[in-house]
Write a protein that binds this ligand. Structure first.
Ligand SMILES: NC(=O)c1ccc[n+]([C@@H]2O[C@H](COP(=O)([O-])OP(=O)(O)OC[C@H]3O[C@@H](n4cnc5c(N)ncnc54)[C@H](OP(=O)(O)O)[C@@H]3O)[C@@H](O)[C@H]2O)c1
Length: 282
């Protein structure tokens, strides 16, 4: 089994650098996918209330026979639950759905600066309560831009342990990534293989052919060497396995530079723009 490195967080905890993401996996397929991932060796699962599959993630962990303490579990606050009392109920709902009495990491999924009077600071203080009472080991944010992180720094005492942002070779998200690094915030890269778009890129496929690896492995290895935390999603067992085999090869400095040069700036962004995204589940 490959040994997955751990990344130290700013609160004294640590997180496996490679995990398994379950966004867009229908609940009826989630238990099988997560069970496969745990059999392959993944010990870090990234879910969210808005993915609608927390219950099935919990079931898969229990089915695996692994100790709860051996699997790192992240979930995220629904966009519909930023008001403090709603956030408290939503967090209890997440623990109940997973059937766990604690989470390893809980995130504000989106900053939603155009909703809730632009107040994500009160929401953050509620996450601080969950950490304080021991129901979550680490707290963090997702899709926070520099100005959102600056506001938390100015108005609160706890620096997020992680910021989970869109980041892949076509969208380096460099300004946010640099802020995270300068302030001790670990960066988690979502859509690490750009939802599959990068596997046909000629630069990636040429490197993959030269070193005898798959294109997805090349891109995921690039993230690992950059220090990003990643959790690729797949419902295909062979790909779940392939995406885990990242720790018995290295890229050359020239490969890293060629991959960096795929950056397209905002044109490379796949997901919503965090400053204006205002989706609230119905
Ligand atoms: N915080 C946020 O706002 C946010 C947003 C998006 C994602 N995320 C997190 O990040 C995780 C990963 O991002 P993502 O699911 O958007 O995209 P991704 O992991 O970059 O890509 C997933 C897609 O790539 C395909 N794929 C996976 N492995 C492959 C391989 N080895 N070769 C070829 N194709 C492959 C999958 O197909 P098959 O499944 O058909 O194999 C799927 O279509 C999510 O699951 C979620 O946990 C967070």
């Amino acid at each position: 089994m490959s040994a997955v490195p751990s990344i130290d967080l700013n609160d004294g905890q640590s997180i496996p650098q490679l995990g398994f993401g379950v966004f867009q996996i229908p609940p009826e397929e989630t238990t099988d996918a997560v069970r496969t991932a745990l059999e392959v060796g993944y010990r870090h699962i990234d879910t969210a209330e808005m993915y609608g599959n927390e219950r099935e993630v919990g079931d898969a962990v229990r089915d695996s026979g692994l100790d709860r303490a051996d699997v790192y579990i992240t979930s995220k606050l629904s966009n519909g639950a930023h008001a403090p009392d709603d956030a408290r109920s939503a967090f209890e709902g997440t623990l109940a759905a997973l059937s766990f009495d604690y989470l390893d990491l809980f995130l504000i999924h989106w900053p939603l600066p155009t909703l809730y009077d632009g107040d994500f600071v009160s929401t953050w203080r509620v996450l601080e309560e969950f950490r304080g009472d021991g129901r979550v080991r680490s707290i963090g944010v997702s899709n926070f831009q520099v100005e959102h992180l600056e506001r938390l720094a100015a108005e609160t005492d706890v620096v997020p342990a992680v910021n989970q942002i869109e980041l892949h070779p076509q969208f380096l998200n460099a300004e946010v990534r640099a802020y995270d690094e300068a302030h001790g915030i670990a960066t988690q890269a979502w859509s690490p293989i750009a939802q599959g778009r990068l596997v046909d890129d000629p630069v990636i496929t040429a490197i993959a052919e030269r070193i005898g690896r798959s294109p997805a492995q090349v891109v995921l290895r690039w993230h690992i060497e950059k220090g990003n935390i990643v959790f690729p999603k797949s419902t295909t067992p062979a790909r779940i396995r392939e995406n885990f085999e990242l720790f018995d090869f290295e890229l050359e400095p020239g490969d890293l530079m060629q991959i960096d040069a795929l950056e397209q700036g905002e044109a490379g962004r796949i997901g919503p723009y965090p400053d204006t995204f205002a989706f609230v589940p119905g």
